[in-house]
Design a binder for this molecule. Structure first.
Ligand code: PMV
Length: 362
């Protein structure tokens, strides 16, 4: 597959107006994507758990414009409030995907979006938000070209979402998604996410992710800046090779259910991601004191109980606590009794592994 596979063929139908809605989940990377080439091509492959409770719901209403125009025309609402602030981000997204979605200037769009998680929770809505919007656009394209296959629909939705926000390409399907070419993952691609091709061990079914909202403030350094700081980073090449090796190892672990091996790779990936931030120039740090408190508590509890609790981090201070279903009761008690105290206003989100986006009727 190359980019040209995603340039639309001449449409076989016409449509003047309509509305499509999708609910799309967030995802949490186990092997992290950090560093990219031009056009949102990742420097290394990554793999994520698709989440379930953290979702964005987006509806896209479209109406044919009277004459063809040279600009984009859209309004965007977050929780039913018109938001001018979001317009530049969506305009950039539309510019990037126009080559692949030729009807963008032919319609006026009304985009209505809302998140299941609080807006200022420190949880990025870009993965769920961009994937939901990409799916709505693909629903229009499908209407214009009904012969499109489901596989192509999902692949192109992931391809478009990637152009909005890299990790968004892993939010179309579930429950384990690989993005980035890797020799051990057949059909893997730098252009879109694919389902992990092997059967995962049953221990990973219903895996839990309790997200501790340690700091809900806006990040001081955006992930766009962070990715760019990997250019010329002294450890970049070693890091990219390490991620490739970790994905190879994790692929085996996900099949054989070796939880100790799983925890080691996942925690090492999280800390390496933050180590890359701390060793960039300029250097920066997104962890907060409570992030470290939580990590130390998790290690002490694991040492004491032998339970398979581990953590991962995304580009922020919040801690994702991961654990299997069969140990959930004891671990959840520990989280409530000992970790929630480190969350801002005691806030946390109980999530678990999910199966991807859903089209809905609203
Ligand atoms: O999709 P972006 O550009 O916001 O980058 C996301 C990067 C991490 O969340 C830190 C890692 C990942 O693979 O999701």
């Amino acid at each position: 597959m190359t980019e040209t596979n995603f340039v639309s063929k001449p449409f076989t139908k016409q449509v003047t107006h309509g509305r499509f809605s999708w609910q799309s989940p967030s995802n949490i990377a186990l092997v992290k994507y950090w560093g990219k080439k031009t056009n949102q091509i990742p420097e290394n492959p990554s793999i994520s758990f698709t989440l379930d409770a953290c979702r964005t719901t987006t509806s896209l209403e479209f109406k044919k414009r009277e004459q063809s125009k040279t600009d984009f025309s859209f309004d965007i609402y977050l929780d039913n409030v018109l938001l001018e602030d979001f317009k530049p981000k969506i305009t950039t997204f539309f510019e990037r995907i126009e080559k692949y979605i030729p009807f963008l200037k032919a319609y006026h769009f009304i985009i209505k979006t809302s998140n299941s998680f609080p807006h200022s929770s420190g949880i990025a809505s870009s993965a769920s938000g961009m994937s939901a919007l990409a799916l709505c656009l693909m629903s229009i394209e499908k209407e214009l070209m009904p012969e499109m296959t489901d596989d192509y629909f999902n692949q192109k939705a992931s391809f478009l979402a990637r152009l909005g926000s890299g990790s968004a390409c892993r939010s179309i399907e579930g429950d384990l998604i690989v993005w980035g070419r890797h020799i051990d993952i057949p059909n893997s691609s730098d252009l879109f996410g694919v389902k992990f091709p092997h059967e995962a061990h049953k221990i990973f079914r219903n895996y839990h992710d309790t997200i501790l909202l340690v700091d809900k403030g806006e990040k001081q350094v955006s992930s766009t800046i962070g990715h760019n700081l990997m250019h010329g980073h002294p450890f970049a090449q070693n890091r990219f090779n390490q991620a490739k090796n970790n994905l190879a190892k994790l692929s085996i672990i996900l099949q054989n259910g070796d939880l100790n091996g799983f925890m080691e790779i996942v925690e090492s990936e999280a800390l390496t991601l933050h180590a890359m931030m701390m060793t960039s120039l300029p250097y920066f740090m997104l962890m907060k004191p409570n992030t470290l408190e939580v990590i130390n508590k998790i290690w002490a509890f694991r040492e004491k109980t032998g339970l398979h609790i581990c953590f991962t981090l995304d580009a922020g201070a919040n801690v994702h606590v991961l654990y299997p279903e069969n140990e959930a009761e004891e671990i959840y008690d520990f989280i409530k009794n000992e970790l929630v105290a480190y969350c801002q206003n005691g806030h946390y989100i109980c999530d678990r592994i999910g199966f991807g986006a859903k089209q809905i009727d609203i």
